[in-house]
Design a protein around this ligand. Structure first.
Ligand code: ADP
Ligand code: MG
Length: 278
């Protein structure tokens, strides 16, 4: 900790990757996000939780340019590009800047293999276009080799090397979710947004996914922003948590603080704990 009492030392600001300030998103009469502010520290595993319809996916859609909030700013502090307000930016530009995501419901190219699905993610961040590919330009050939290597590295990272040639639609469900994560990592992101990555998986797949998310965070240094319903998973993975309810942030803090927050328990954890124990 820096010595803030020493007036000659400039006060250090925290190294944040995201600063969401006063974001409001409306659809007609429905307010999905109401004056939402949050920040994510660089390198952190941060979770956003809340009941169904709380606005979690809407927040991800604002961060990735799918929705444009009517109010607020979303500062992304990219190591590569400096600080950018993402509001109004196109999804593909945001992806290029270093923000990658997976979706709540699986979105794979089912008629492609595991390898090919990941390679698509890798190639999305490369420079050569279709013309370069047709002309077999040297840079294109080099990028092709690089993308093959990187795809193999990602397959290994997510533990799918043995499924290299399996068609995506024949993968077991837990492996599909791992494949989605690998494809998102292919774009070489600084922050990875995971929308309910463990939804629909069985208990052992959940544990393995939690381990994978931890490994990615540690080994690649990628910041992780996680939406997840499974409380055990969130509490064991997240360094900090924000709680959304009816589009508003009602609490934030470390897992232990969140678990004890009466408003959170009333809005969410109470109901979930009861259901879980039943
Ligand atoms: N494209 C849309 N059009 C209209 N309403 C939407 C749209 N997307 C989200 N909403 C509304 O925003 C609210 C929050 O939804 P969502 O962000 O999906 O919640 P969560 O992911 O927390 O379950 C819901 O009331 C939902 O109906
Ligand atoms: Mg959602």
């Amino acid at each position: 900790m820096s010595d803030v009492t020493n007036t000659t030392t400039p006060v250090m600001t925290t190294d944040n990757i995201f600063e969401v300030q006063n974001v409001t998103l409306r659809f007609g009469g429905v307010t999905s996000l109401n004056n939402v502010s949050l920040e994510q520290h660089r390198g952190e595993i941060l979770a956003v939780i809340g009941p169904n319809g709380a606005g979690k996916t809407s927040l991800f859609n604002c961060l990735t340019g799918v929705y444009r909030p009517q109010e607020g700013i979303i500062n992304f502090h990219a190591a590569k590009h400096g600080t950018v307000d993402l509001v109004g930016k196109q999804p593909h530009r945001i992806c290029h800047m270093g923000v990658a995501r997976t979706f709540q419901t699986s979105r794979m190219f089912n008629a492609l293999t595991t390898f090919e699905n990941i390679k698509i993610g890798v190639e999305a961040s490369q420079k050569s276009g279709p013309i370069g590919a047709m002309l077999h330009l040297p840079r294109t050939r080099r990028e092709e080799r690089e993308s093959d290597h990187r795809t193999l590295d990602l397959l290994e990272l997510v533990g799918l090397t043995h499924r290299l040639n399996t068609m995506a639609d024949s993968l077991p469900y837990g492996d599909r979710r791992r494949l989605e994560i690998a494809r998102a990592l292919g774009t070489n992101p600084e922050v990875l947004l995971l929308d309910e990555p463990a939804a629909g998986t069985n208990p052992s797949e959940k544990l393995a996914l939690a381990e994978l998310i931890r490994t990615i965070n540690k080994e690649t240094g990628t910041s992780i922003l996680l939406i997840e319903h499974d409380m055990r998973l969130v509490m064991s993975l997240a360094e900090r948590i924000y709680v959304l309810n009816f589009g508003e942030v009602i609490a934030s803090g470390q897992p232990a603080q969140i678990q004890q927050n009466p408003e959170v328990v009333a809005a969410y954890l109470g109901a979930t704990a009861d259901e879980g124990d039943a």
